[in-house]
Design a protein around this ligand. Structure first.
Ligand code: C5P
Length: 323
């Protein structure tokens, strides 16, 4: 059996970071939107003999596409963990399964870029595992609510990548409420060399705050919510905000040049995407986005520039032979 699923990148239009909680996470108030950039994950099942161990339903993982070499191909990969999480949740011991799963991820989302690339892989893998275990292995089918709970356990952005669209996120970012958005919106993504670890960016923010160097957390997202409903990119450009940006710029000062270059190129607004280091530039339409992307590429301040529209949908199963 071969199954395929896609899931999309995200950009945070508002990222307000509250205090550090006792569980090591920060309380967030965020508005995120899914982008047309996506990863496609395939699950090929075969007789169980080729599985590497009794504790996992996955026999191997192959990664191709954008920065594939930076992605782990063992059981630490979030997509691999997602498959085993579904098996455990439906009460299946991997060693009792008649089959095991080979995973193949085609990355179309920058790795460690602040765009939920790993979370998207996990969201797609959750859908694949539910389908495979119920259709091919005779296991009970997990309901949507249980799948969303597993998503939140795997990572703060996995529930959003599962649902997609435009959402307000609270808690760690896993408590979601849909937000009205009159798009489409056009973005240029400027990818940086290397990644930026999410915990490092959050820790840096705590340090900067402890030193008294930053304004109060931005825990009001109403400007972004109203701008999204208006459909006016200039209004949205004035409203977008990221509390993590000073921390990301402190760890990666080179990103200032990228942001400056986007502003010079006429982007309506530029922002570090999530915890970075990808920078996202809002443009007025597709032609404007192509022109800004070309300028940023010419200036040599990004490893790669991509144009994306938003919002896109959530994780979804694809026909097995789709592109
Ligand atoms: O949930 P996720 O695995 O993406 O989080 C990675 C790390 O990012 C956490 O261990 C934590 O250090 C930081 N984080 C945080 N507050 C959040 C989300 C993530 O401090 N709301």
């Amino acid at each position: 059996m071969t199954l395929r699923a896609e899931a999309h990148a995200k950009v945070n239009l508002h990222l307000g970071v509250g205090p550090l909680r006792e569980d090591g996470f920060h309380e967030l108030l965020t508005v995120f939107q899914s982008l047309s950039l996506r990863s496609v994950v395939e699950l090929h099942s075969s007789p169980r003999e080729d599985s590497p161990g009794p504790d996992t339903a996955v026999s191997s993982l192959e990664v191709t596409g954008l920065s594939a070499r930076m992605v782990p191909t063992d059981s630490s990969n979030l997509a691999w963990r997602a498959v085993d999480a579904v098996a455990r949740a439906v009460g299946v011991e991997p060693s009792d399964l008649p089959e095991s799963a080979r995973l193949r991820i085609q990355k179309g989302i920058p790795v460690a870029g602040g765009m939920a690339g790993g979370s998207a892989d996990a969201a797609a893998a959750l859908l694949l595992a539910r389908e495979w275990l119920s259709e091919s292995c005779g296991a009970p089918r997990l309901d949507d609510h249980a799948l969303e709970e597993l998503a939140a356990e795997l990572g703060s952005d996995v529930p959003f990548t599962l649902r997609g669209g435009t959402m307000l996120g609270r808690g760690r970012g896993e408590k979601l409420t849909p937000v009205l958005s009159r798009g489409p919106w056009w973005w240029v993504l400027a990818l940086a060399d290397g990644g930026l670890s999410t915990p490092v960016a959050f820790r840096k923010l705590d340090d900067l705050r402890a030193a008294g160097n930053l304004p109060e957390p931005a825990l009001d997202s109403s400007a972004v919510v109203q701008a999204l409903a208006s459909g006016d990119p200039r209004r949205l450009a004035e409203a977008i905000h990221n509390d993590l940006e000073p921390a990301a710029l402190s760890v990666r000062p080179d990103l200032r040049r990228t942001l400056h270059c986007g502003a010079e190129s006429g982007a309506l607004a530029g922002i570090v995407s999530g915890s970075g280091p990808t920078c996202a530039f809002l443009c007025s339409d597709e032609a404007h986005a192509q022109a800004v992307a070309a300028d940023i590429a010419d200036a040599g301040v990004a490893r790669l520039t991509l144009v994306a529209s938003a919002p896109s949908g959530g994780a979804a199963l694809l026909p097995a032979d789709a592109d």
